[in-house]
Design a protein around this ligand. Structure first.
Ligand SMILES: Cc1cc2nc3c(=O)[nH]c(=O)nc-3n(C[C@H](O)[C@H](O)[C@H](O)COP(=O)(O)OP(=O)(O)OC[C@H]3O[C@@H](n4cnc5c(N)ncnc54)[C@H](O)[C@@H]3O)c2cc1C
Length: 89
């Protein structure tokens, strides 16, 4: 595939966290990719991004975890409130 005169090895559909992480991982391996996004603008959903241990390991591998840790905080506990249940973790 040829985008703006450049050879591209892989096309990634979607510029969510998965698409962008995949593109960055490929870049670190010297593989060129292009990310296509159908939305015209960035948008927010949810209240934040919860990243578990395996996610942090992946972000460490990508070389972006230390920067993200500067603006993140450790969740000390969770309370799941369901309609008929309350589970303390
Ligand atoms: C309402 C809601 C609230 C959430 N809140 C939280 C939260 O608080 N904390 C948390 O950790 N997680 C939350 N999540 C889950 C989190 O958003 C997802 O796990 C995460 O965003 C998934 O990332 P992704 O890259 O796989 O997909 P997405 O973030 O959905 O990205 C996929 C992208 O691909 C694009 N796309 C799709 N098809 C095409 C196509 N054919 N061509 C081009 N582009 C395409 C879409 O427009 C989109 O931008 C929430 C999810 C939802 C729906």
């Amino acid at each position: 595939m040829n985008v703006v005169g450049e050879e591209i090895d892989i096309v990634i559909a979607g510029a969510g966290i998965c698409g962008l992480s995949t593109s960055l991982a490929l870049h670190r391996k010297g593989i060129k990719s292009v990310v296509l996004e159908r939305s015209e603008r960035l948008r927010e959903t949810g209240s934040g991004i919860a990243i578990l241990a395996n996610g942090w390991r992946a972000l460490d591998q990508l070389g972006v975890a230390s920067k993200l840790r500067q603006t993140s905080f450790l969740i000390q506990g969770l309370k799941w409130i369901l309609i008929n249940y309350c589970i303390h973790v």
